[in-house]
Unconditional design. Structure first.
Length: 85
């Protein structure tokens, strides 16, 4: 998991760095999540591999998001309303 920023979103130098990261992950057959990610959460394992606060209540919902900001906002909403994942 790569939480860091500073890759293709900053221009050609960052794009080259990101490509190098991808090539290295492919060479060593490493699964890669990121860069610029919130991480992932599973209540089934359970694991919180984020740098944020996740949903406390268990439930039957599942959620996938491209946006870490949207996910964090939804986690806050769920905690405030008692909605579970």
């Amino acid at each position: 998991m790569v939480y860091s920023a500073g890759f293709k979103e900053i221009g050609e130098e960052g794009k080259a760095l990101e490509n190098s990261l991808i090539q290295t992950a492919q060479k060593y057959e490493v699964n890669l999540l990121g860069p610029n990610c919130l991480g992932f959460v599973s209540k089934l394992c359970p694991i919180n591999a984020t740098f944020g606060q996740t949903v406390h209540q268990d439930g039957d919902l599942r959620f996938i998001s491209q946006s870490g900001a949207l996910a964090a906002s939804l986690f806050d909403y769920c905690n405030a309303t008692g909605l579970g994942f």
